[in-house]
Write a protein that binds this ligand. Sequence first.
Ligand SMILES: *[C@@H]1O[C@H](CO)[C@@H](O)[C@H](O)[C@H]1NC(C)=O
Ligand SMILES: *[C@@H]1O[C@H](CO)[C@@H](O)[C@H](O)[C@H]1NC(C)=O
Ligand SMILES: *[C@@H]1O[C@H](CO)[C@@H](O)[C@H](O)[C@H]1NC(C)=O
Ligand SMILES: *[C@@H]1O[C@H](CO)[C@@H](O)[C@H](O)[C@H]1NC(C)=O
Length: 945
Amino acid sequence: MARLSVDWPQLFCALSCIALAPLVPGYSFRNCIQNANHNGSFQCVHRFLTQVSSAVFDLPPHTIHVNISHNLLTQLPVGSFSGIPSLLSLRLDYNQIKHVEGSAFNNLSELLVLNLSYNKISQLTPSDFLGLENLCQLLVDHNCLATIQPDAFTTPRSLQTLDMSFNQLRNFSEVVSSITALRKLTFLDLSTNHLESLQHSAPLPPSLKFFYLCNNLLKALDCQRDFLNRNFTLDLSDNKISQFSKVDLRKVAWLILKNNPLDISEFLRFRDVDPQRVEYSGLRLHSQFANLCQHLGNGTMEHLFLQHNQISLRNLKSMSKCPAIKAWDLSHNYLIRDDCLDFVPQKEQVRSFILEHNRIQMLPSCSTGGNGVIKFPKLTYLSYRYNRILAIASHAFSHTAHVQTLLLNINNIAVINKTAFANLSDLLTLRLDNNLITDIYQETFHELTSLRILNLRNNRISIIFRNVFVNLSSLNILDLGGNKIRSLTNLSFSGLHNLTKLYLDRNYITHISREIFGDLVSLKVLDLDKNRIRYNSGLTEKSPFINLTKLNILKLQAQQPYGINIIPPKFFKGLFSLQALYLGENKMSLSRYEFEDLINLKTLSMPDTCNGIHSLNPGVFQNLQHLERLDLENVGLQFMSVDIVGSLCNLRTLVLGKNAIQTVNSTVLEHLPSLSYLDLRKNPFPCICSNSWFQNWSLYNPRVQVVYFYNQTCANQQTEYLYSFDARVCYLDIGHLMFEIILPFLFLFTFAPIIYGKGYWHLKYGLYIFRSWLNDYRGREESQQCYRYDAFISYNSKDEGWVLQELVPNLETEGSQCFKLCLHHRDFELGKYIIDNIVDSIYQSRKTVCVMSRSYLESEWCSMELELASYRLFHELKDVVILIFLEKIPEAELSTYHKMRKVMKKKTYIQWPTDVEAQKLFWIKVREAIKGSSRAKDSGPEVDS
Ligand SMILES: *[C@@H]1O[C@H](CO)[C@@H](O)[C@H](O)[C@H]1NC(C)=O
Ligand SMILES: *[C@@H]1O[C@H](CO)[C@@H](O)[C@H](O)[C@H]1NC(C)=O
Ligand SMILES: *[C@@H]1O[C@H](CO)[C@@H](O)[C@H](O)[C@H]1NC(C)=O
Ligand SMILES: *[C@@H]1O[C@H](CO)[C@@H](O)[C@H](O)[C@H]1NC(C)=O
């Protein structure tokens, strides 16, 4: 293969890449994106689709997951998914589906999960689910279901989960008849419907484990006595049930009755339910505790839920007769204090205590009074979340000294006594996030030697004193995000030898150094997002990360207020294990050596790091040979080149959206043999012949997905699409063209000898004067559009001499009429994007004069100008292009410039004569052409030479 000779220093990697894959081809889907890491998964969300076929028609048959949520589908026609029979899960939630036409899901015999939530389906019929023999989960919540036909679920017999909540079901009997034969059904949700009665004519499936009937209009349990007597969780909350009689609920595993207008003392006399398996939340129980405890009987009870009962401490005093309860939940009550949980009976049995959403303001000292007896020796889980705690006193948890999880988050804690957490040597998780803590002292966490997780996020800590964490040698996760930390010292994190995750995001840190992280030898994740780290010069001290040899993930996104600016050389030195680096939302520029040491990096994400249009330095990624994902969205790139991405031989995902890339060089893709996902959305690709290979490649290759290529509009015509750009103009019928071009030459060579010498030019001159007079005369009525220039001159810099010495003086100053010319070196606006400059110049000029020469044809910009101008000629039917040939270019050479040939075919072109006499006529013709009407004439080519 000739490609092996590519002269590129990427040694073995690059060479093997090239040897393996000469050209990696690509493909695209109309309305779906294939998951970059799982080629059977597709996202077709938020596409305004009204037809399901628009999403699935081009998906491959091996597709197993499709997400078509958030579209405008109104119906599902027969056989909608017959092309993708291997589907396992299908999401159609958030559409407007009213009808599932019979057999819509035909062929989906493998489907396990079907999500039809948030649609407008009003009834379910047997034909709806035909073909879904193996369906396990069906979600039809948030629809308008009013009727379910009795045999609606005859095909999906293996259904395990059926969610029909948030509908308008009224007829319970109908629902039960439809599901009674589902032998595997374990979860049935009928909450938030309009059920008024539980009358039924069929039994529930015996497999049912969760049966939700909350938020209906049930007044009584008017079913057969045994109907609900199953070992399941039965949720009857938010109904209008006032009476329990006649039914047997003795086998019910867990009964939820919240917010029913029950007469509670009557309910406590109800015998056909196990009182220990009832959730007593929301039953206005506050005055009935003595009663309740008696009712609960003796022995040990697993859970007592007493949420939403308006309980205050006074009420709880009457609980001393309760049995031993392992897990308490007193959330959503009116407690202002908890008095060290003194009201709790049989304290030594308690395992977990939850007191969330109360009004507790203070956690007092609960010290044991010197005798060392721990009142709650088995309590391991204690939660005070969502209270109003302001302060924690010394020894606040001595009565629960064996607690392992302590949740104090979401309070107003500002003061923590230095010995508040004394004795908690078993504590594993301590959550203090979302409070008002300003200071933590060296003693605060001193005794928490087992602590694994410490969360201090969203407080007001500004200083981390030395050695505050020094005893936390078991700590794995320390979250200090969302504080006001300005600086860290050498001893801030001392002792944290086992820390694996450190979150310092959203602080005011300006400076980091290797000494700060010196002890964190086990660190795997370091999050420094949204701080104020900024470097202005490349010269800094040594790498701050040099000791973090185990670090896997480093986040440095969005440094405030303007970004990190530059990354000093050797900044990442030592990060040999780093796998993911996040640098997005920073204004920064890169030189060549930043990433040198990151040899194991798999993910490099630096979107939105735009400092204006620029290009990356060659070789910037050259050591990242394990890189699999590179996100360069919105970084101001103008092109990708081999020297930038050429070494990334394991790269699978390349995101280059929102850049200024106009063309993709095929050589670049040759150097990315593992590429499977290429995102180039929102780049200004013009529809020109040099992009036609890319069009072809994007649509027809089997290995690289070009994300939403069908949505790529032409930069030179926003209403047209690159995929439909007619590349045939690039391969015009050569024979026909040859004839047209050669015929005039033949003619000329035949007759030239007859009209000899300069006489010929005199003749032509006269003819032209006459014709221009005629044109002037006719053209007077033509409405004059306002143009800034008469002509935009497109030329190559090599022909600048001719343009400045011949063309400009001849057209701008001499002659009867002076034209206003637009020249790029003189008239282009500074700072404006070059494409915009070209486009604007073409559209602000009445004509575009292309000064053709060999150098012109070879120059990329010039051919772009020709393309853009000829676009106006072909698509807007404006006669705007004038071709001037400075030298004679043989047809064989021209044949590679398809577009230009098409222009020539349609247009006058004028040859610069060497003969001085002939030049007079030349200028007249040029003037004539510039003055001429802009309406396209349908005449054939007019050739002079
Ligand atoms: C499907 O799309 C929705 C909406 O964008 C998204 O929230 C959800 O995570 C997606 N589900 C799957 C399984 O990809
Ligand atoms: C889909 O199912 C229908 C009816 O069962 C059958 O006629 C058709 O051949 C199937 N199509 C495919 C592609 O399997
Ligand atoms: C189904 O869709 C709803 C609504 O978008 C979503 O909340 C739920 O998680 C989805 N469930 C499954 C299993 O896909
Ligand atoms: C593509 O890139 C290669 C290597 O950088 C270069 O030699 C070649 O000229 C480029 N091709 C085009 C069409 O720009």
